[in-house]
Design a protein around this ligand. Structure first.
Ligand SMILES: Nc1ncnc2c1ncn2[C@@H]1O[C@H](COP(=O)(O)OP(=O)(O)O)[C@@H](O)[C@H]1O
Ligand SMILES: [Mg+2]
Length: 425
């Protein structure tokens, strides 16, 4: 019997029954599963091969909760941790409490248990565990449960949008945006998209030595055409976990954009990628203002001189009115210590703006080599001072703290506490 006829005669091929559930494809996230049975390990592996999981970075291993605690004592946690537990309630809760001490604020935890235990379910929910599944868990229901974490009724938006804006042209906003995107993806292993919104003069393509597609224009020129397929087509891959929507950087772009053109793009990116960096041009157009008000976080970059100070103060005032319920932008004072240039001391600058500041010293050699070679600072410098500053900024933005080991067995934090913690610098 040929393969084809065997498939056609299979009783399941035409079996009546409920249609398979509609499962929304998963966004660009990372997932790590710690299994205790070979059956669940193969379910995770089968799920990883499914088309709906094609954007998910999946790692699956044996070892259960103890292996998870050990794995994350040093490393950052992924977007989703799945823990299978064969053991008793106490052992599982004890391991989860230990895991909470090293868990990054935006990580979701899913537990796969082998008993239908209501008390355990309550305890897990109290600790902020996102889902409790009872084994055996086949691959499709598994994909569906993970998908619902991001598309279900109670799902929070996945992505955080960080707008990087310069108080004055040339102060280093784009350089910081690109290095930050690189650091988030490379060092914190967070899938990130950089969107170069300086349509005529954008430098992201140059800074990453990448001859890009004219991505961003296609994304904003006709928002009604922008869907997941077009988005995939216009995004260039820069590295594992890092993509770019590049600007064409040509003068003859025949479009006048309105602020509403950007809304759909930002909403789509927010629902499909954990971190979105908007590299904004230094102008005060309606689209730029819309991006500033729509962002979850703003990094305001300034050089330590009077014009930058005046602009930074006005921007802080404007943003306070436009975003009354959000934290003010994070202030970055860039290019301090430029030889022979009189400058406003960073502490005075920050005090006058009314913000705490991250200070990035001027270094012509380092930034010049990076820009001319299409490389990022940490590629040129390794783990030197500037790369460390960028990493600290990335950690502050994401709430991913440096001290991974906790002395205490903290319970999982409630979502609103997690968000508050993630804002601390
Ligand atoms: N800390 C720094 N030290 C030296 N040069 C810097 C520093 N930060 C940025 N630059 C350089 O300043 C120039 C302008 O940076 P860019 O990021 O394009 O500014 P913006 O986007 O604010 O207009 C680039 O040549 C960049 O390499
Ligand atoms: Mg720029």
């Amino acid at each position: 019997m040929s393969e084809l006829s065997r498939v056609q005669r299979s009783p399941q091929a035409h079996a009546a029954g409920p249609p398979p559930p509609h499962i929304m494809p998963l966004p660009r996230i990372s997932l790590q599963a710690f299994c205790e049975t070979p059956e669940f390990l193969s379910s995770v592996q089968a799920a990883a091969a499914d088309r709906r999981m094609s954007k998910v970075h999946v790692k699956a291993q044996m070892g259960g909760a103890p292996a998870a605690v050990e794995a994350y004592a040093e490393a950052s946690t992924p977007n989703v941790i799945v823990i299978e537990s064969l053991g008793g309630r106490e052992a599982l809760l004890d391991n989860l409490d230990r895991l909470a001490g090293v868990c990054d604020p935006d990580t979701k935890v899913v537990v796969v248990g082998h008993v239908n235990d209501v008390l355990l379910y309550r305890e897990l929910t109290r600790r902020g565990v996102s889902e409790y599944l009872i084994a055996p868990v086949e691959h499709l229901p598994f994909i569906q449960s993970i998908s619902e974490l991001y598309h279900g009724e109670k799902a929070e938006p996945l992505g955080r949008v960080v707008a990087v804006y310069g108080a004055k042209g040339g102060c280093g906003a784009s350089t910081l945006a690109h290095n930050l995107g690189w650091t988030l993806s490379r060092h914190l292993e967070l899938a990130t998209v950089i969107v170069d919104l300086d349509l005529h003069y954008g430098t992201a393509g140059l800074n990453f030595d990448h001859d890009p597609l004219q991505g961003v224009v296609d994304a904003v020129a006709a928002p009604e055409r922008l869907d997941a397929t077009l988005m995939e087509r216009i995004m260039s891959t820069l590295a594992d976990n890092l993509s770019l929507l590049a600007a064409p950087a040509m003068l003859d772009i025949p479009i006048e954009l309105e602020s509403a053109n950007f809304d759909h793009l930002i909403d789509m990116l927010r629902s499909s990628v954990p971190y979105v960096i908007l590299d904004l041009p230094h102008n005060w157009s309606a689209p730029v203002r819309r991006c500033l008000t729509a962002a979850d976080e703003i990094l305001l970059v300034a050089e330590p001189d009077l014009a930058n100070l005046r602009n930074a103060k006005s921007l802080y005032e404007w943003l306070k009115t436009a975003r009354p319920n959000d934290a003010p932008p994070r202030l970055v004072i860039n290019k301090t210590g430029l030889p022979k240039r009189p400058e406003i001391a960073p502490t005075d600058f920050a005090a006058k703006v009314g913000a705490e500041a991250t200070v990035i010293p001027f270094d012509a050699q380092l930034f010049g080599s990076a820009a001319n070679n299409g490389r990022m600072i940490s590629e040129i410098q390794g783990s030197g001072k500037h790369a460390e500053i960028c990493l600290a900024l990335a950690r502050a933005l994401t709430g991913r703290t440096e001290l991974r080991k906790s002395k205490f067995n903290l319970p999982f934090q409630l979502p609103f506490l997690r968000r508050a913690a993630s804002r601390k610098m």
